[in-house]
Design a binder for this molecule. Structure first.
Ligand code: NAD
Length: 320
């Protein structure tokens, strides 16, 4: 049985699928040719990331399709309801990249507290002529240990972030629309672990107490999670990271808050106007920037591949 991995799949995913008896095709088929290719090659499973769209027209044109798989979380590029109405399985791997996103959050936090966002811009320009000046400019860094991290959205990624923060010796507080509490298991390399219970609290309390805030909510139907009113309620000099979805922070208000000093720095992996972020955001001297790479680690790609392979094998185990 043939599987078309149109947006690529990790080597370990290919091996897991081949070991389970599937033939994996990794040719990149152009969007307008996908339906033809599926039918001409009798493909039963199409795997995508975010690039290939599997819309109603492809679903209608390909009656032999049994599974649509998305490596990762969001399924905006798949007509999920329509596919399920047509008895096509739609699967994804929501937990595979949580730890990768969590580590990127700390990359931005460590960058923020030691001014790396600025130092990395200025060292190439002035590092040889103004070393002492830059040394002075970046001298007053602070440590994360002992500080309070406020996590907004205490789902899969929020809890992964909590694990890392606890390991670092941070105080963790969290707010969530639906989650009341969670047991966070902090694993150590040698098999030892500790469990820490965290009870969520109202957003207003989190705003009052957090030294750093990180957002892990889905795209919101109406309004910003952080807009003018919320920025006003934050501690002075707070650091903010957003590696969830563009549009949950009002970027105009963020820039105002950075310029006034209310917010000391921000780390952004996602943007309101992705994939063309506002130039005021890109050029801002107090923002650490990454181009939506939260999930993009080799380990996550491996987990995505093997998780998809496991799900496909169990769904189609009788019909290879
Ligand atoms: P999840 O569904 O496990 O958790 C989201 C949590 O947010 C839920 O517990 C929900 O109750 C809570 N929530 C929703 N709206 C809220 C609000 N207004 N205030 C407080 N809590 C709220 O999702 P997840 O897997 O943890 O993913 C979180 C976000 O990260 C998603 O937006 C996802 O698209 C994004 N993400 C980004 C990357 C990246 O590359 N940067 C990678 C993977 C996921």
């Amino acid at each position: 049985m043939k599987i078309l991995a149109n947006d690529g799949i990790s080597k370990s995913g290919i091996i897991a699928l081949e070991d389970a008896g599937f033939e994996v095709i990794t040719t990149k088929v152009a969007q307008e040719q996908v339906a033809n290719y599926i039918n001409a090659n009798d493909v039963k499973v199409i795997l995508v990331r975010s690039a290939t769209k599997v819309c109603k027209d492809i679903i209608d044109a390909c009656p032999g399709l049994k599974i649509i798989g998305r490596g990762g979380v969001g399924m905006d590029n798949i007509d999920v309801e329509y596919a399920r109405e047509k008895s096509i399985h739609v699967i994804n791997t929501p937990a595979s990249s949580s730890d990768s996103v969590a580590e990127l959050v700390f990359a931005h936090l460590f960058t923020g507290v030691r001014f790396l966002y600025d130092s990395n811009r200025n060292m190439p320009l002035e590092g040889d002529t103004n070393f002492e000046g830059l040394k002075k400019a970046y001298a007053n860094g602070i440590e994360l240990r002992g500080k309070t991290l406020g996590i907004i959205g205490f789902g899969r990624i929020g809890r992964s972030v909590a694990r890392v923060a606890l390991g670092l010796g941070m105080k963790v507080i969290a707010a969530d629309k639906f989650v009341g509490s969670a047991e966070i298991k902090v694993d150590f390399y040698n098999g030892q672990f500790i469990n820490v219970d965290i009870v969520t609290e109202p957003l207003e309390d989190l705003f009052k107490h957090a030294d750093f805030i990180t957002l892990h909510v889905p795209a919101q139907d109406g309004g910003y999670v952080l807009g003018k009113e919320q920025f006003d309620a934050l501690k002075d000099g707070v650091g903010i990271v957003n590696a969830s979805r563009g549009g949950v922070i009002n970027e105009v208000e963020l820039i105002d808050a950075l310029d006034s000093g209310k917010v000391a720095f921000a780390g952004l992996d996602v943007f309101e106007t992705e994939p063309t972020p506002a130039v005021q955001i890109l050029m801002h001297p107090k923002i650490s920037l990454t181009p939506h790479i939260g999930a993009a680690t080799l380990e996550a790609q491996d987990r995505i591949g093997t998780e998809l392979a496991d799900q496909i094998s169990s769904l189609l185990k009788t019909e290879k």
